[in-house]
Design a protein around this ligand. Structure first.
Ligand SMILES: [Zn+2]
Length: 301
């Protein structure tokens, strides 16, 4: 077997944990088509949009352009059943990559913005996740994300929804969106409240703004994990690989592992350690994290 094929097969076999993955950004073109068939939308429009994105190699002119595209996908998720279908297809896709556990981000803020019932959307999604998990031998938990540039009132509303669903697998609360229009200092008190309610806290930072924004997420918000921290492996920080919005970037977790190994010449040991770091960084009880690490050890040692 060629070294490239060998690496691919090693990474395919490696049990993986995904900690930063947006449900909406993971809706694959096939799922969009499936939704459009089910609902009788003009198929041509969907097909055109998908092929335009592919022609542009999933490139976005800037972060605002990306946010617009993300918003467009969320508009296609009209009913709780659409979210349920997206969840089921996402879990099948993860299972095919040998992902054993994932923390999936639901843009709860966007659901509220669309004036949909967050209760119905989440309950349908959580039910789909339970059914798919039992069938596929893996499971997911949820992170509720608020839109930071919508301001404090909105962010607090998402926090309270997250707290309500703690017993149904919502493990954390976070913010995403435009860091410039929604700076961290606005939300320090809300994050304190979130920790008091027993939720883990995360934040998108360093995505559309620089290092200062990452520093504020840690110092002012007490964020336990940062999305988009970018390449701190050599500095000895805990780094995990995730796919974020895989359908919008034309990637997958398995592909991210492959690209990291290839671009930075990382050894199999380092790749296995990245998978272990993700397992250790999960918002799971200690014994569940240990079991995931042991599974990775068995597959790689
Ligand atoms: Zn993200």
């Amino acid at each position: 077997m060629s070294p490239t094929r060998e690496l691919e097969s090693f990474l395919a076999r490696l049990p993986k944990v995904e900690l930063h993955l947006h449900l909406e950004g993971a809706v694959q073109p096939e799922t969009l088509r499936e939704l459009s068939r089910r609902k009788g939308w003009p198929r041509r429009k969907i097909a055109e949009w998908v092929s335009r994105r592919r022609q542009q190699h999933y490139r976005y002119r800037n972060f605002q352009d990306f946010l617009k595209a993300f918003g467009m996908i969320t508009l296609l998720l009209e009913e709780p059943e659409d979210y349920a279908l997206a969840t089921t297809r996402l879990m099948e896709w993860l299972a095919a990559q040998n992902v054993k556990y994932a923390e999936v981000i639901l843009s709860a803020g966007v659901v509220l913005w669309k004036r949909q019932s967050l209760e119905k959307v989440f309950e349908a999604s959580a039910e789909a996740a339970r059914a798919a998990g039992a069938r596929l031998g893996m499971h997911i938990n949820w992170i509720f994300d608020a839109i930071r540039h919508f301001g404090k009132r909105h962010v607090r509303q998402v926090l309270h929804a997250a707290a309500r669903y703690r017993s149904q697998g919502v493990v954390a609360f976070g913010i995403g969106g435009d860091e410039v229009r929604g700076p961290a200092e606005l939300f320090a008190e809300i994050y304190r409240e979130a920790r008091g309610l027993g939720l883990h806290v995360v934040a998108h930072a360093g995505e559309a703004a620089g290092a200062e924004s990452v520093r504020h997420a840690i110092e002012l918000l007490g964020a336990e994990r940062i999305g988009h921290g970018l390449k701190f492996l050599a500095g000895g920080l805990v780094v995990t690989l995730n796919s974020d919005d895989p359908a919008m970037f034309g990637t997958s977790l398995e592909n991210e592992y492959l690209q990291a190994a290839r671009c930075f010449g990382l050894s199999r040991e380092v790749m296995a350690e990245l998978a272990r770091q993700a397992a250790r960084s999960a918002f799971l009880p200690e014994e569940d994290k240990r079991a995931l690490v042991e599974e990775i050890d068995r597959a790689t040692l």
